[in-house]
Design a protein around this ligand. Structure first.
Ligand code: AMP
Length: 466
């Protein structure tokens, strides 16, 4: 006999309360990391379109896809991009991993492509090697519209050829890509010479800036002695004024670089690509040689507001990088276009013109509705059969009421709803409802597939009863 008191018995049976610490909880709702962006379903059509267009255009010009890892060894970027650049000094996501390796999230593609070219012995392939990719890059920049800490670029690189025709073809490719997105584009082009002629120019530039040292921002003061070319991409207003009066680099080009630049411009003219020479364009990375260029969207208020423009992409030649990484001297050139900025621009174009540049993903054709437990199970199997037949479908098996299902069918814009209830299940029939007029017909379940094909106008499927 158990003489335990009732009270004690009750206490023993009570479930112990779980301590709060068993449920780890955030003190507030989880939030996006600053500068990062979700791509929500309504925007996916833009992304799909851009990925498909990038593939079509790049492959149309003989480029092959490559995907390099997001994480690389840090020195690849510090050596490749240059220590005195904004990207390396301020924007790099770098870290030491558990094994003690010094790594970085890639801030750009070119250095990774060059590494892959050397590491996979691509110099033994027929030259040039043409590679493209589309993927995320990471820069700890000041976030604002069109400037994120993770952004995506469509990137094309040609490694193993130094001729001006390649520079022009890359410019053409980027221009075609943006034009196909209905973005009116102009290309700014400059040449920053080679190691030989750049030395003379750096001296000239240092001399020009030395007299104006007190007006420079702190970054520019610091960079003046180490890397004067970087002063030309300072974004500070006061420094910008000095840039506009600085000596143009083209005046210091050696003969070979000048000929190369002229040849690029001749190709660009022949190809009828709208361009503007920009004598102060140097771009924010140290590895460029000779040609540099940037794609700008010309806004619709051009002319009225002195042509307000925003950079959508850029690129250039980098003839020394492969050698810097220990490879043989190998000329190369490439460009990157920012996908998020291109999408912002497309939306601007759509707003201004009132017409869609990119159609939303097409809506499904048929809604599969069910009424009752058994019909629901049968309808789920039917859904699979119809998917295999290639129909584009939508359903909501979590809903029991027909009214609720028809509301969803209406919202999704399908042409037909098929309805399977208890009666139809017993009869071996199914209802087809035309969503436009609301009229319904009952047909033999065996004839459903050919009937739907016929009603949807699918060719080669129209014969009922097959
Ligand atoms: P860059 O690699 O700096 O020459 O940039 C090429 C293009 O990528 C730019 O013209 C932009 O369209 C895009 N881009 C660069 N940085 C960012 C960023 N932080 N956020 C969004 N897009 C960017």
């Amino acid at each position: 006999m158990n003489f335990m008191s009732r009270k004690k018995k009750e206490e023993k049976q009570k479930m112990p309360e779980r301590p709060v610490s068993d449920f780890p909880r955030l003190s507030k709702h989880p939030q996006l990391v600053k500068g990062m962006k979700d791509i929500l379903p309504p925007d996916q059509a833009y992304w799909e379109h851009i990925r498909a267009l990038a593939k079509k255009i790049a492959e149309g010009y003989g480029f092959e896809r490559i995907d390099t890892p997001i994480v690389e060894h840090l020195p690849l970027f510090t050596i490749g991009i240059g220590k005195q650049t904004d990207i390396i000094e301020k924007e790099m996501y770098s870290f030491i991993d558990q094994g003690g390796d010094s790594l970085a999230l890639r801030p750009e593609f070119t250095a990774g492509f060059a590494r892959a070219y050397i590491e996979h012995g691509m110099q033994s392939l027929p030259q040039p090697v043409k590679l493209y990719t589309i993927g995320p890059l990471f820069r700890h920049d000041k976030p604002q519209e069109g400037r994120y800490r993770q952004h995506t670029q469509f990137n094309c690189e040609v490694i193993g050829e130094g001729k001006a025709a390649i520079d022009a073809q890359l410019i053409l490719l980027g221009y075609r890509f943006l034009s196909s997105l209905h973005i009116k584009t102009v290309v700014q082009i400059n040449s920053i010479g080679c190691r030989t002629c750049r030395g003379t120019y750096k001296e000239l530039l240092t001399e020009y800036y030395r007299a104006k040292r007190s007006s420079l921002c702190e970054d520019c003061k610091r960079r003046l002695n180490k890397n004067p070319l970087r002063l030309l991409d300072c974004k500070i207003e006061t420094c910008q004024q000095l840039i506009s009066k600085s000596p143009p680099i083209v005046d210091s080009l050696c003969e070979a670089c000048r000929d190369h630049f002229i040849a690029v411009l001749e190709f660009v003219e022949e190809l009828e690509i709208p361009y503007q020479p920009n004598p102060h364009l140097v771009r924010g990375l140290d590895y460029y040689t000779r040609t540099v260029f940037e794609f700008f969207a010309v806004s619709s208020d051009e002319g009225t507001q002195a042509g307000r423009m925003s950079a959508l992409g850029g690129g250039g030649r980098y003839d020394n990088m492969i050698e810097m990484f220990g490879g043989l001297p190998t000329p190369a050139a490439g460009f990157g276009i920012g996908v998020e900025r291109a999408i912002l621009k497309i939306k601007e174009v759509e707003k201004a013109s009132g017409a869609k540049v990119i159609e939303k993903n097409p809506t499904a054709d048929v809604f599969v509705a069910q009424l009752g437990e058994q019909p629901k199970r049968r309808a789920m199997v039917l859904y699979e059969d119809l998917l295999k037949e290639g129909f584009s479908l939508v359903s909501e098996f979590a809903k029991d009421s027909l009214k609720a299902q028809l509301e969803i069918a209406n919202r999704s814009g399908v042409k037909f709803t098929i309805i399977l209830g208890q009666k139809e299940l017993l009869d071996g029939s199914i209802i087809i409802r035309n969503m436009e007029g609301g009229e319904q017909e009952v047909i033999d379940m065996k004839k459903l597939i050919p009937t739907l094909h016929k009603k949807l106008g699918h060719i080669n499927h129209g014969k009922e009863g097959e």
